[in-house]
Write a protein that binds this ligand. Structure first.
Ligand SMILES: *Cc1c(COP(=O)(O)O)cnc(C)c1O
Length: 234
């Protein structure tokens, strides 16, 4: 690990913290209400190690094939791994081995596979139901349609080794993120009627974390602002 890279990551983490704290202050929220999850996809385990040394505790990956070995390489760091990518049913059980939380539960069919994986891994897996907020999105782009959210949430809540944490969404490209996150909060409030403990909302990325915090997000998923621009092709 070059000292330059370590200094770069320290600087971007400090800048991100200033941004997050300012967003919380502007929204009248306590900084502790918001968890920053560092999305380390495409970046090496050595970067994860530096971030851990700087105090980062929550890290995320979006592909099973990349997250599994990276989590293994960093198993001595006591990190909490999150899975934020599109999940295939045949990968669900393996994700449950290394991830503590899955932000992308978007269909009922995934739930039994996650439950089995969590049971085998001997853990309680935290689950966020991902919502597709773009009505024009093609099916399969990730996220349950808003009217399917309750069914997925009920299914998760009924699974003994899964814990329903709340909802997750990505703001649609070209839309006002404040509007998108407001809709997400409405859907989250509806889920909380039946599942009061599902009080988390995973929303906000490098470009829209302020709007997400203003709308009440509890988890920010931050890649670029922390690690830099990713190489294209993903
Ligand atoms: C990559 C990714 C992020 C991080 O996005 P940035 O814009 O780089 O901060 C957040 N959420 C998901 C689901 C991602 O795949």
């Amino acid at each position: 690990m070059s000292e330059d890279r370590a200094a770069e990551l320290a600087a971007s983490l400090a800048a991100l913290e200033v941004r997050t704290a300012a967003a919380c202050a502007a929204a009248g929220r306590a900084r502790e209400e918001v968890t920053v999850v560092a999305v380390t996809k495409t970046y090496p385990a050595s970067d994860v190690r530096v971030l851990a040394g700087l105090g980062v505790r929550d890290v995320a990956e979006n592909r099973e094939q990349e997250g599994d070995p990276k989590a293994a390489e960093c198993s001595d760091l006591g990190l909490r791994w999150h899975f934020v990518g599109q999940l295939q049913r045949n990968k669900a059980a393996s994700v449950a081995r290394w991830a503590a939380a899955v932000h992308s539960v978007d269909r009922v069919r995934l739930v039994p596979a996650l439950e089995l994986g969590a049971e085998r891994a001997g853990r309680e897996l935290e689950c966020f139901v991902q919502v597709q907020l773009d009505p024009s999105a093609e099916p399969g782009r990730g996220g349950a349609a808003p009217d399917e959210v309750a069914r997925v949430a009920d299914e998760v809540a009924a699974s003994p080794h899964l814990r329903l944490r709340g909802l997750m969404a990505v703001a649609p490209l070209g839309a006002d993120p404040a509007d998108a996150f407001a809709r997400l909060q409405e859907l989250a409030a509806r889920v909380r009627v039946d599942h009061p403990a599902a009080d988390a909302v995973s929303a906000g990325m490098s470009g829209d974390l302020e709007q997400a915090v203003a709308a009440g997000a509890t988890h920010l998923r931050i890649g670029t602002a922390l690690l830099g621009k990713r190489a294209p092709l993903r």
